[in-house]
Every structure is written in structure tokens, then in C-alpha cells.
Ligand binder design. Structure first.
Ligand code: LRH
Ligand code: MN
Length: 425
């Protein structure tokens, strides 16, 4: 994949400047009473999961413009995820999607992933597309559909995903359904929710004790009038109706613009039902843009809630990326996003929580705000780079990746997918 020599050579070229930057940040933080090594240790322990569907070039309903050396199957996808882990050392797991990643031998797949220093995170079911010769269509919904055959098929598919997840060592099943309506009156809004709960109950009953169920809400798309699990409230109602292994997954792009997502996170933490995240960024809808590329302060504010909640009862969120790379090299985008997510985590770990609580208690409004901003405005890049280099990763993953010629090599190996296509994968 990426030779250790190349990583070593590139890191050596950057070492003197890096050590100077790391040293000066260490001195700056020491003046603020912060030990830099504590933060570097946190950065080294940090990890975010890569979506297997994210290493292919994404698209929209209008078109998908294939990139060079596209992964053709889960084996190519794991190799590309392996490159991201080899260079960032902060993406130790991948989140698979079924049936896109279906194989005949999941044990072999688990070993194949381990050969890239990768494990499996939450497994995603898919009842938003019909498979070839499917007995009942999901056109009018799946788990919430009026058609009992469609519901039964969707339940069976999710139970199959649980079995695959067990074989892969995955700790959770993520259930996102696009079920909803495009016209008022098309379906009973209460009826769809009841159907959904009943079907999810059958899936929940098949969960082994070690697996959780992650319910992912989304305001709209593909349905454009109503969506059965459109917001965190519906998701929480479903989780509480199903049982303690059911939790609420927050995809940052699944909310109306300007929604206070960090407060939703604080609420789900309060009831011990925060499943975790699908990180990305957006300006309008479910744009699936690179995390931290549009609104890095929002990402920081979400992490501020997460770091504040560390140690809380039932607090063990799963961290995953969910993006669509329509115009960039997916490997570069995913490495960039993994770095920006780790950055938000380390910045939030810098917040002087004692001083913040005192300022809040004293209604020192600007004082409290400036304590948060001071952490956000700290350039922690030397800590992130040090954490990568100490684990054998790259000081600059994207520059090292470009120097490796990996994409050009894959373009030779993997024929270009010709012909017009559209959709996210
Ligand atoms: C739905 C979603 C979901 C995935 C899909 C690829 O928008 O965020 O998490 O299954 O994207
Ligand atoms: Mn998602």
C-alpha cells in the first residue's frame, strides 16, 4: 500500500519544523496550565470509523462522475480504508453496508480487515433500495410500509445484518429508513409509526446482548412530505419503546439548517440514549460534505458536549464518518475529515471546564463564551501530527498519499466504470 520508507522519509523532512511547533505549543499550553502530553495521549487513543461506501466516488440524483481507480468491491474498499489508517492512525474501524459489502465468508473478511489493522464498527442495513427480483418493493416504504410483505422482507434483512454483524465482531446495527410520504394523505402518519415500531420490535428481539441498535433520524429525502423517523424526538420515542439496547444516532446532515445539534446531543446524553454520530458537514440539506469543511465551529461545539459528558452513565458513543465524495479523491477527503474530527475532539479537551463552570455560575456571559473560543482558536495541529507520527503514521497524510502514487496505481489496476450513473454510490 504505502511504504513505511516513504512515510519515514516524508516525516524526517518535516521533523525539525514539527518539533519546533510542538515545543512552542507545549510552552503556550503550559502557561495555560495544560500538559500537552495529556492531549497527545488523548489524540493517540482517538479513532473514528470510515464508511465503506465513502471510499467510492459519490453522486447526486442528477449524476455521479466516476473517479480514477474506483473500488469495485469490499476487498478494494478495505484496501483503501487500510491506506487511510496507515497514514492517519486514527481510523481503526470501518462501518460496512449490506448488501453493498456482501460476501460469502465473513470470517475471512474479518481477517482481511485485520491485515489492514482494521476492525468493524456498526453494520448498516439497507431497505432504501430494491434488490434484483425482490418479492416486495420498498418503493412505498419498508419497516413502516402499509404492505406487510415489504415489512416482513425488511425485518428479515435487518436480522440477516445482525447475523453478519456478529460474524464481523460489529457492536451495533444501524437502521436508517427513508420511509415516508410525498403527499398529505398518502399514508397515516400515526399508522406508519406504529408499523415501524412493530417491525423494529421483531428486529430488536433478534439482537444478541452484546449488540446495540442505532436508530438514525433524518428530516427528509428520499421522502419530501413526511419521514417516519424525521427527528430526534421520534427516534427517542422509538428507542424508549424498544428497550435499553436501542439508542439514537445523530447524522449531522439530517437536520434543518441552523438546528442546534449540540443541544440535541446534550439531551440524548441526558437520557443515556446517545448511540453516536455520522460526521459530515452541510450548508443546506443532507449534503454529506467533508466534516469541518463548512462549519468547523459547530463540530467543535458538538465535541464540547461530548467531552463534558465523559464518564456519564451509559455514555459510550460510536464515532463514524458518513460522507459522499462527489468531486474529490475519497481517500484524501476521508483523511482530511478524520483529522478535522480529531481536531475538534482535542480542542474540546482543551476547554478549561472549571473556569467555564465558574463563569456560567456567575453569569459572566462573555467570560464563559471566551473560554470556549480560546480552546477553539488554539491550533492543535502539532498535537495531531505528533499523535500520528508516534504511531508510525504520516506527519502530513495527504501529501504523503499524493507522493505514494497510490491512486495512479489503482487507476491502472481498476478499470474505469464507464456510462452515466447517478445516486450516492
Ligand atoms: C442516509 C444515510 C445513512 C446511510 C446512507 C448511506 O442519508 O445517512 O446513514 O445508510 O446515508
Ligand atoms: Mn448517515
Amino acid at each position: 500500500m504505502i511504504s513505511k520508507d516513504l512515510i519515514g522519509t516524508k516525516n524526517e523532512a518535516a521533523r525539525v519544523a514539527h518539533e519546533d511547533d510542538y515545543g512552542s505549543l507545549g510552552r503556550q499550553l503550559a502557561r495555560r496550565g495544560v500538559e500537552i502530553e495529556t492531549l497527545t495521549a488523548r489524540a493517540m487513543a482517538w479513532s473514528v470509523a470510515i464508511p465503506t461506501w465513502g471510499v467510492g466516488t459519490g453522486g447526486t440524483r442528477f449524476a455521479r462522475f466516476p473517479g480514477l481507480g474506483e473500488p469495485r468491491n469490499i476487498h478494494d474498499k478495505l484496501a483503501d480504508c487500510g491506506v487511510i489508517q496507515a497514514l492517519t492512525k486514527g481510523t481503526r474501524t470501518v462501518s460496512p453496508h449490506i448488501p453493498w459489502d456482501k460476501v460469502s465468508d465473513y470470517n475471512a473478511l474479518r481477517q482481511e480487515a485485520a491485515s489492514y489493522d482494521l476492525g468493524f464498527d456498526a453494520i448498516n442495513s439497507n431497505t432504501f433500495q430494491d434488490q434484483l427480483d425482490q418479492e416486495a418493493t420498498y418503493k412505498f416504504g419498508s419497516l413502516a410500509a402499509a404492505d406487510p410483505k415489504a415489512r416482513a422482507l425488511a425485518v428479515a434483512h435487518n436480522i440477516e445484518c445482525i447475523e453478519i454483524g456478529k460474524a464481523l465482531g460489529s457492536g451495533a446495527l444501524t437502521v436508517w429508513v427513508g420511509d415516508g410520504t410525498n403527499f398529505p394523505g398518502q399514508q397515516s402518519l400515526g399508522g406508519m409509526f406504529r408499523n415501524y415500531l412493530e417491525a423494529m420490535g421483531e428486529i430488536y428481539a433478534a439482537l444478541p446482548p452484546q449488540m446495540s441498535m442505532f436508530i438514525e433520524h433524518k428530516m427528509y429525502e428520499p421522502a419530501f412530505y413526511s419521514t417516519v423517523i424525521s427527528d430526534w424526538g421520534s427516534s427517542l420515542m422509538a428507542a424508549q419503546a424498544l428497550g435499553p439496547q436501542a439508542k439514537c444516532l445523530v447524522d449531522l446532515g439530517h437536520h434543518a439548517p441552523n438546528t442546534n445539534i449540540e443541544q440535541i446531543v446534550a439531551r440524548l446524553i441526558h437520557v443515556g440514549r446517545l448511540a453516536g454520530f455520522h460526521f459530515n458537514d452541510s450548508k443546506y440539506g443532507d449534503d454529506d460534505l467533508d466534516a469541518g469543511s463548512v462549519d468547523p465551529f459547530r463540530l467543535f461545539l458538538v465535541f464540547n458536549e461530548l467531552v463534558e459528558a465523559e464518564g456519564a452513565k451509559g455514555f459510550d458513543p460510536a464515532y463514524m464518518i458518513d460522507q459522499s465524495h462527489n468531486v474529490t479523491d475519497p481517500i484524501e477527503s476521508l483523511m482530511g475529515s478524520a483529522i478535522e474530527i480529531a481536531r475538534a475532539y482535542v480542542q474540546a479537551s482543551l476547554v478549561d471546564r472549571k473556569a467555564l463552570a465558574e463563569a456560567q455560575a456567575a453569569n459572566d456571559v462573555l467570560g464563559a463564551h471566551r473560554i470556549l473560543k480560546a480552546a477553539y482558536l488554539t491550533d492543535v495541529s502539532p498535537i495531531l501530527a505528533e499523535a500520528r507520527v508516534r504511531q508510525g503514521g504520516a506527519h502530513d497524510p495527504i501529501a504523503t498519499y499524493r507522493a505514494s502514487g497510490y491512486r495512479a496505481e489503482k487507476a491502472e489496476e481498476r478499470p474505469m466504470v464507464k456510462g452515466a450513473s447517478s445516486g450516492i454510490v
